[in-house]
Design a protein around this ligand. Structure first.
Ligand code: SF4
Length: 206
C-alpha cells in the first residue's frame, strides 16, 4: 500500500497508529477496567483548579478509600511541560494503590460527580484521562503504548477489526470535534481501506 499522506487536524498531526492498529470485537476501550488509573495521572494545572472549584460536588461521590480533604488530591508541586495547554502540569496523588480520585468500584469520581450533577460526563475530567489510550505528545495525536500487551483494553494490535480512531470515537470527538472525526474516517477510507491493485491487466480497487 502506498504511504498515506500526513493528516493534520486542528493543528495536530495524526499518527498513522490511529489507522494501522486497533481492536477485535472482544476487547477495546469499551472493556476498560480502569487499572490504568493505578498510578494517578498528570493533569494541566488549570484542570486541577477546575476540579478544586468543584470540590464540594466531587466530595459527594468519594468513598472511604479516598479522602474528603481536597488538599490531598493533587501533589504539591507542578512542573513545566509543553504538552499541557497552560505549559504546566501536576500529578494526582496515589492512595490505597490507586489515584485518589478513583473510587473503590474503579470509577473516576470526577466523571461520576459530573454525570450525577447533570453536566456532561467529562465536564471536569482532565483531557489526558479522557483520551487514554490516545495521547498528544508534541502536537501529535498518537497511541499511548504504556500498557501495550499488559491490558487488553489498552492494547491496540496491528491485526484488528476496528481501527483505533474508531474504537476511540468519543475521545477523538472530544479532542477534535465531529468534523475532525469525519476527516479521520475519510482519510482511513481513502488511504488505508482502498488499495489499488492490478489484476488480469486491469486496475481495480479492493
Ligand atoms: S483523575 Fe480520574 S481518570 Fe484520571 S487517573 Fe484519576 S481516577 Fe483515573
Amino acid at each position: 500500500m502506498a504511504q498515506a499522506p500526513e493528516l493534520r487536524i486542528r493543528g495536530y498531526l495524526v499518527s498513522p497508529d490511529l489507522f494501522t492498529t486497533g481492536y477485535g470485537k472482544e476487547s477495546g476501550p469499551w472493556t476498560c477496567t480502569s487499572q490504568c488509573c493505578g498510578g494517578g495521572a498528570y493533569v494541566d494545572v488549570t484542570e486541577r483548579d477546575r476540579v478544586l472549584a468543584h470540590a464540594e460536588m466531587v466530595k459527594r461521590h468519594v468513598d472511604e478509600t479516598q479522602t474528603q480533604d481536597e488538599s490531598r488530591w493533587f501533589e504539591p508541586n507542578d512542573f513545566a511541560d509543553s504538552d499541557y495547554k497552560s505549559g504546566r502540569c501536576v500529578g494526582t496523588t496515589v492512595e490505597n494503590g490507586k489515584c485518589i480520585l478513583q473510587d473503590k468500584r474503579g470509577f473516576c469520581s470526577l466523571q461520576v460527580a459530573a454525570s450525577a450533577s447533570g453536566a456532561s460526563k467529562w465536564a471536569i475530567k482532565p483531557l489526558y484521562c479522557v483520551l487514554f489510550p490516545l495521547e498528544v505528545i508534541a502536537n501529535v495525536i498518537r497511541y499511548d503504548r504504556r500498557f501495550h500487551d499488559v491490558r487488553p483494553c489498552c492494547t491496540a494490535k496491528t491485526e484488528f477489526e476496528i481501527p483505533l480512531f474508531e474504537a476511540c470515537k468519543d475521545e477523538v470527538v472530544h479532542l477534535v470535534g465531529e468534523d475532525g472525526y469525519r476527516a479521520m474516517e475519510s482519510h482511513y477510507k481513502t488511504h488505508y481501506l482502498s488499495e489499488p491493485v492490478v489484476k488480469d491487466g486491469r486496475l481495480r480497487v479492493v
